[in-house]
Ligand binder design. Structure first.
Ligand code: SF4
Ligand code: SF4
Length: 835
């Protein structure tokens, strides 16, 4: 038995069923070289021009694009991108009428060319074998190549197959009347087509490559044979002209004798079919890095003045093509009202719904026939069952039965009659005497069946999802029930036997939980109440301490008021004016005698007030840290007040000696004028002070000590108070020093003054008489003062290191004061003994 190749070498081919021989009309363009068309003013690019999915749009309105730039992306094997056919600007992205017999609209990208036709950067590949097969397939996909012969199946899928391909068949039959685009392409670009064949040979590694071409294309046959002469596995197969030899199944059968079963792809037989224009596009994509942005279109028909083959950028409106070829809708040469513009051949093509539809990847011909050539559609007649349609059907179908079921929308019956084996060749309609547009019925029926299948598939998916959801919900329900059972069992196990007996239900367990929760909440609320009560108690204690402190301060102040009232009033007057100073001196002299009586008692009462305050605060300090802090504050305040009172006491006790000096000293600090006055007043007061110095020494020293302690406290409390205290301390220290110097001089006059003063004191008030008990009392007071001074110094030392200096100074002063007091006490005792 002869093999296929042996038969081919002998130019012996197989026959397929049916077929017709329509009158040849290729003469209109067969001798017209391919020309380049002028660019249209606007290009319209449908996003989807192939079978499969549309890509995602990458551009936006107003964006400038370059020639060859991808406008969509292919992230799916069944999606191939579209590219800009020239450089320009994206002017719109909107639905527009498609090249489809239904006149349906689809999303399109509108580009206004800029006229420069500027290419995007390309990567020329001299040797495609340097690329891996995967890279080649990817480049084919990225170039947006889909079948250019009719259906528009993505080429990257066709060429990405498993090994074992016996025949790679190149469809170059171009059996339709009128169409010469492939013929001219093979003649002019046979070298590029050979490169494409070489790429496919490299990719698919078929046993043989069969180029099927009808014998009505002698120049193309010659060109192809010349191009492929050196290739042993490439065979140019010249087939007899018969329509539809270019049908995929028919071509396979004619070349290999194999009949592709219904519903089976040719690849299952080891056969792959590619259109010759697609092979050329592959060559340009891989070697020249040019995406599919143009194609050869035969613009023909006797209604045109210049029918020709053109390189047409994709997206070019049909109206522009016709205009380029001398078509005028106002022409009187043909009946414009009956004029048809057909996309494709007269048999497989369809009448365009509008001249604004663009050229797409599958557009190989635009036919503008006269009425004489192709009569307009006429009203169909009843089928006379002549059977001619069945005779010419290349797929061995029953066209008349198909049309009945198509009209009745009996899709199941259509499928049983293998409607999808129909290749839409139109041979049946061509021979039908009843002018029944059979192919149109089949096309509509196929579209509806496909749509129904898509919906059924979606419904099936939804059903599967719904069932899966129900199963999942049921599982979750069972899981929840199981979980509840386990939780209930755990609660029962956790309940005591008595409770388990009495509370044998979930309700009882829930009640128990509620009670426990309430108890927890009650406990939580008790804590704040206790804390609140504690806060109130502390506040009350703080208020009590503050009141006690206030009372102590008031007592100290009232005790001094009896002595110091006059002096305090005078002192400010002395500061304010010289007259007031003189008046104050007089008043001070009068008050001196009175002050002697109350000085000791006032000083003692002031100290007692301070001591009591301190004693009251001390227990609180022990009671709690917070109370201690508050007590310290209260003590500091009391000390400050005591200081004020002590200062007044000191002034009263030393009325004759120091009152004026203190005021003058203060004035000296404040201003030079006051200092001068103070010095004068101090000189006058010195003589008078000699009288009362010995008697008031102890009380004066105590007052000084107290003043220093208070000053120390104030120094701690604030900088201002510290400054003030230092001034007072300096004054007190000067006075004390002065007194010590006087004591050390032991002058007779001084002793005499002391005796006189003592006597005068005794004469003025017997209450001031120093008895043994009084002496003992004074000793105790001195000891107390000393102890307090130490206590104050210690407390100050504990607060801050900065305070330590001041307190240390104060302690020192206190010790000196205590020593002076002790010396004065001893002197007083001696004086008494001498009396
Ligand atoms: S060719 Fe037309 S008339 Fe004849 S059987 Fe077929 S459909 Fe009917
Ligand atoms: S169009 Fe379909 S039914 Fe009609 S002849 Fe062609 S293949 Fe047969």
């Amino acid at each position: 038995m002869e093999s296929v190749i042996e038969r081919i070498k002998k130019q012996k081919f197989f026959k397929f069923a049916g077929g017709i021989h329509p009158p040849e009309q290729k003469f209109l363009t067969v001798d017209k070289p391919i020309k380049t068309i002028t660019l249209a003013k606007e290009l319209i690019l449908p996003v989807k021009q192939h079978i499969g999915k549309a890509g995602d749009i990458l551009v936006q309105v107003g964006q400038k694009v370059l020639k060859g730039q991808a406008l969509t992306k292919n992230d799916n094997p069944m999606c191939v991108p579209v590219h800009a056919p020239t450089s320009g600007t994206i002017t719109a992205i909107k639905p527009s009428t498609m090249a489809h017999p239904s006149g349906m609209t689809d999303l399109c990208i509108f580009i206004t060319p800029d006229g420069f036709d500027t290419w995007i950067k390309r990567d020329i590949v001299e040797d495609f074998k340097s690329l891996s097969k995967a890279d080649i397939v990817d480049k084919i996909a990225a170039a947006g190549i889909s079948g250019m012969g009719g259906a528009g199946f993505p080429t990257n899928i066709k060429v990405n197959t498993t090994p074992g391909i016996k025949f790679l068949i190149i469809n170059a039959a171009e059996c339709e009347p009128y169409i010469t685009s492939d013929d001219l392409l093979m003649r002019e670009r046979s070298a590029a087509i050979f490169n494409g064949l070489s790429i496919l040979n490299h990719l698919l590694e078929p046993e043989n490559i069969l180029i099927g071409i009808e014998d009505n294309k002698p120049q193309a046959i010659k060109a192809l044979k010349a191009a492929t002469n050196d290739s042993k596995n490439i065979h140019v197969c010249v087939l007899p002209t018969k329509y539809p030899t270019g049908g995929e199944k028919q071509l396979i059968q004619a070349l290999t004798g194999q009949e592709v079963p219904s519903g089976v792809l040719p690849v299952s037989l080891g056969v792959i079919v590619q259109n010759v224009a697609t092979v050329f596009a592959i060559s340009e994509a891989i070697i020249d890095d040019k995406p599919l942005i143009r194609r050869v279109v035969t613009v023909t028909g006797q209604a045109l003045k210049k029918p020709q083959n053109l390189w047409v950028p994709l997206g070019t409106p049909i109206s522009h093509l016709l205009e380029q070829c001398g078509f005028s809708q106002n022409s009187s040469e043909h009946d414009i009202t009956q004029q048809r513009i057909i996309m494709g051949g007269p048999l497989m093509g369809f009448t365009l719904p509008s001249l604004d539809v663009p050229v797409v990847k599958t557009t190989n011909c635009i036919l503008a026939p006269t009425v004489a050539e192709i009569s307009p559609a006429t009203k169909e007649l009843e089928c006379i069952r002549c059977g001619q349609c069945a005779e010419v059907c290349p797929s061995s179908l029953l066209p008349q039965e198909l049309q009945w079921h198509a009209k009745a929308k009996e899709y199941d019956q259509l499928e049983k009659l293998n409607l999808f084996d129909c290749i839409d060749c139109g041979a049946c309609a061509y021979v039908c005497p009843s002018q029944i547009p059979l192919v149109q019925y089949y096309r509509v029926a196929k579209a509806e069946i496909r749509q129904n299948k898509v919906q059924e598939a979606q419904a099936e998916k939804a059903k599967i999802r719904f069932e899966a959801r129900n199963i999942r919900l049921e599982k979750e329900k069972l899981a929840r029930e199981e979980k509840h059972k386990k939780a209930m069992a755990a609660r029962k196990a956790a309940t005591s036997p008595e409770q388990a007996k009495s509370n044998n239900s979930a309700v009882a367990a829930a009640l128990a939980r509620v009670k426990a929760k309430k108890a927890a909440q009650a406990t939580a609320t008790d804590v704040p109440v206790a804390e609140e009560a504690d806060v109130k108690t502390r506040a009350a204690q703080a208020i009590a301490r503050a009141k006690a402190k206030k009372t102590a301060a008031a007592n100290a102040a009232s005790a001094e008021q009896s002595v110091d009232k006059t002096d305090e009033n005078i002192a400010p007057e002395q500061v304010s004016s010289a007259a007031a100073e003189k008046k104050a001196r007089t008043a001070a002299a009068v008050a001196r005698a009175k002050a002697k009586k109350a000085a000791a008692a006032n000083a003692a009462s002031a100290e007692q007030s301070v001591d009591k305050t301190d004693e009251n605060i001390a227990p609180e300090q022990v009671s709690s840290a917070a109370a201690e802090k508050k007590a310290r504050t209260a003590a500091a305040v009391a000390k400050a007040k005591a200081k004020k009172a002590a200062a007044a006491n000191a002034a009263s006790a030393e009325q004759s000696v120091d009152k004026t000096d203190e005021n003058i000293a203060a004035e000296q600090v404040s201003s030079a004028a006051a200092e001068k006055k103070a010095r004068t007043a101090a000189a006058v007061a010195k003589a008078k002070a000699k009288k009362a110095a010995a008697v008031k020494a102890s009380s004066a020293e105590q007052s000084v000590d107290k003043t220093e302690e208070s000053i120390a406290s104030e120094q701690v409390s604030s900088a201002a108070a510290q400054k003030k205290a230092r001034t007072a301390a300096a004054v007190a220290k000067a006075k004390a020093k002065k007194k010590i110097e006087r004591e050390e001089s032991k002058s007779a006059q001084e002793e005499l003054d002391l005796v006189i003063d003592t006597k005068s004191v005794a004469k003025t008030s017997k209450q001031v008489e120093i008895s043994p008990a009084e002496l003992k009392k004074q000793k105790v007071a001195a000891a107390v003062a000393k102890a307090k001074a130490k206590k104050a110094a210690t407390a100050a030392n504990q607060e801050t290191e900065a305070k330590k200096v001041s307190l240390s100074d104060t302690d020192k002063k206190a010790k000196i004061a205590a020593a002076i007091s002790k010396a004065k006490t001893a002197r007083a005792e001696k004086n008494k003994e001498s009396e």
